[in-house]
Design a protein around this ligand. Structure first.
Ligand code: TTP
Ligand code: MG
Length: 357
């Protein structure tokens, strides 16, 4: 296998938004809980952000229309998202986990990669270290997480998802290929639904099928991605844990009560989303550089457009102006809009920026 010996952890909080809500509200514990759009008795639009494991038993999933969740689980407790709270808790958890790592890379709001190679001598010590992290998070935050331990990021990520909630899965280098083989290909990072469907058509269902498939044929069909899939299927991943701080992005989106082609309505909603995002950014003392617009049309076709500014900013004016420019290329008279979203990324802490300057 590849060069230097490494131990990488992937930490992923269990049903994060609903776990935080349950912690804050003892009265909802033991019930199915769903965080997302207002269900409005089944007529609500918008989607499920996440649900706890009781609601998942009924078939509820992240990203599902909230109306569908309502049909599957009308007895659940439905809550709107409380982003400032989740971000605060996320920051506290990341501060705990960061102490254990030589290199630390936050990934989204509730996940992180840790390179602990210099902190342990073998996988037995690595397992003990992972257990300590879980214990400290449980003790200080009263929340559970799942950790995957592996020789690289890819295996660690697949391993953290293997046993959930409150899981700890250790996969050594020599076990990696056998560990991956029976799992479906979509468990690999970057294998999306479209690629999954194409692979299925080739008779490739599991990661083991992919590992056995001719690498040259994969490359001619999928380009560089094909070669990468081949390596991933063998459990090979040389990418480094990249030291990275804090939240990666702040975003908001909204689904219109009724699909609309009225530019004034869309613009009004866009400005309101910008204001919310900007407030979150300011509350967390962040600066952003990259601005992204997400737009979903009535036929569910979804596009994202991004623009990276030549400077770091936290000003509402910069955000609104950039989002409006991005939107102007997306509005068409003949196509109604179902959803729009605003995201800022390439974030840095404004406090750190000040000390740098
Ligand atoms: P995930 O880690 O994907 O999900 P989870 O923590 O809720 O559940 P699991 O136990 O399977 O890890 O996402 C973290 C949070 O991000 C999640 O609590 C809510 C939010 N989220 C969305 O808002 N929309 C989505 O489609 C997904 C997948 C997550
Ligand atoms: Mg999670």
């Amino acid at each position: 296998m590849s060069g230097k010996w490494r131990v990488v952890f992937h930490l992923d909080m269990d049903h994060f938004y609903t776990a935080v809500e349950e912690r804050e509200r003892p009265e909802i514990r033991g019930k199915p809980v769903i965080v997302g759009a207002d269900p409005k008795g089944g007529r609500g639009r918008g989607v499920v952000s996440t649900s706890n494991y009781d609601a998942r038993k009924a078939g509820v999933r992240s990203g599902m229309p909230i109306s569908r969740a309502w049909r599957l689980c009308p007895e659940a407790v439905y809550l709107p998202p409380n982003f400032p709270l989740y971000i605060k808790v996320s920051n506290e958890i990341m501060d705990i986990a960061r102490q254990y790592a030589e290199k630390f890379e936050q990934w989204g709001i509730d996940e992180a990669f840790l390179d602990v190679s210099s902190r342990v001598r073998d996988f037995v010590e690595a397992e003990a270290l992972a257990r300590s992290i879980k214990q400290e998070i449980k003790l200080k935050e009263n929340l559970t997480c799942s950790i995957g331990v592996g020789p690289n990021k890819l295996i660690a990520k697949v391993a953290s998802d293997f046993q959930k909630p409150d899981g700890l899965t250790v996969v050594r280098d020599e076990e990696a290929e056998a560990f991956l083989a029976p799992l479906p290909v979509r468990k690999l990072l970057w294998v999306g639904r479209k690629t999954e469907a194409k692979l299925k058509a080739l008779g490739v269902n599991t990661i083991g099928d992919l590992a056995r498939y001719d690498a040259t044929a994969l490359t001619s069909m999928f380009g560089v991605m094909g070669w990468q899939m081949h390596l991933m299927a063998l459990g090979i991943d040389n990418s480094e844990v990249e030291q990275r701080e804090g939240v990666k992005s702040v975003s908001r989106e909204t689904t219109f009560e009724e699909d609309t082609a009225d530019p004034a309505l869309v613009l009004q909603a866009l400005d309101a989303l910008c204001a919310d995002v900007q407030k979150d950014v300011e509350d967390q003392r962040l600066l952003f550089k990259t601005v992204t617009l997400k737009i979903r049309y009535e036929n569910f076709e979804t596009h994202t457009r991004s623009h990276t500014l030549p400077f770091l900013t936290s000003r509402l004016y910069d955000l609104q102006k950039t989002e409006r420019e991005l939107l102007s290329g997306c509005l068409r008279k003949d196509r109604k809009v179902r959803l729009i979203g605003v995201r800022v990324s390439s974030l840095v802490s404004s406090e750190k920026q000040k000390t740098l300057l």
